[in-house]
Write a protein that binds this ligand. Structure first.
Ligand SMILES: [Zn+2]
Length: 166
């Protein structure tokens, strides 16, 4: 069993507190990524999606997990369980310093998560406090105009990585 911490960063222009719509442990936020088999090294072609609110019985008979899947190539079974309480919003200061913010911890058995994709369901706030909801980043960018702060706001250069957590 290995835990992988998902970290994200982005270029935030006049925005801060970039995070899932319902906060970092949003039960309905969907995470999209691919799986690399720990046995044969095959990477799934299709993206897997998991969310905190959806669980399945573990194939190994130990309670509920967020994903249970078989490698299409070698048939090895793997599971993923999400562990809450590890995320925080990405701030304007993080963005300026090119720092990553942790988002979610994944307990992975048999698979390694790779290639996280930014989908929809994000939110952020302008420096002047205007809230921007239901941001869709599947196209990689978001731009709007903050009427209150009278300035353009933008999210671009989104990047993510999975780090092995000790
Ligand atoms: Zn495999």
């Amino acid at each position: 069993m290995v835990n992988y911490l998902l970290l994200i960063t982005a270029q935030l222009d006049n925005l801060t507190d970039f995070q899932p719509q319902g906060g970092c442990d949003d039960p309905n936020f969907t995470y999209y990524f691919k799986l690399k088999c720990g046995n044969c090294g095959e990477v799934t072609q299709k993206e897997t999606c998991v969310s905190l609110s959806e669980t399945v019985p573990s194939t190994k008979g130990k309670g509920e997990v967020h994903l249970a899947q078989k490698c299409k190539f070698c048939s090895r079974e793997g599971t993923i369980t999400m562990i809450t309480g590890h995320g925080r919003p990405l701030t304007y200061e993080d963005s300026e310093a090119a720092k990553f913010a942790p988002l979610m911890l994944f307990d992975c058995r048999g698979f390694e998560p790779v290639d996280f994709s930014f989908g929809s369901g994000w939110k952020a706030e302008s420096i002047d406090g205007t809230k921007f909801n239901d941001i869709d980043l599947s196209g990689g960018e978001f731009s709007e105009y903050d009427e209150k702060g009278e300035c353009p706001v933008m999210i671009s250069e989104v990047r993510a990585m999975f780090n092995v957590a000790k």
